[in-house]
Design a protein around this ligand. Sequence first.
Ligand code: HEC
Length: 97
Amino acid sequence: MKKKIILSSIMFIFLFCSIIYGAETVKNKKDSLDAKEVFEKKCSACHNLNRTTSTQKTPDEWKTTVWRMKSKKNANITDEEAEAITDYLSKTYGKKR
Ligand code: HEC
């Protein structure tokens, strides 16, 4: 009887871990894909997206701008989002040198 309980506990833990692991993998995949979505949602809260998409900046300049926006009152942008947005903007609206 005891053995059965131990065995099913192990099974349960195993199942639990694989669910967490699976969710984590999906989440990571989603993060890198959703940078555009995050940008469009967060950066249109206070001004038109044109303000961003009509500009070209170097990755460093984008970083400065995004973190400046992030620090504005009620910007509601997390560190992860700021990084994803910086990455996305540097690739999509990077300054050609
Ligand atoms: C809380 C409101 C708010 C949010 C959210 C916001 N901005 Fe802004 N943004 C402003 C204001 C106000 C200005 C004009 C004053 C200034 O430049 O600080 C501005 C100006 C800008 C400019 C022009 C000035 C420059 O430095 O080139 C860019 C580009 C810009 N924002 C990009 C973004 C991006 C990218 C995001 C998303 C990460 C974002 N903004 C999110 C308020 C916001």
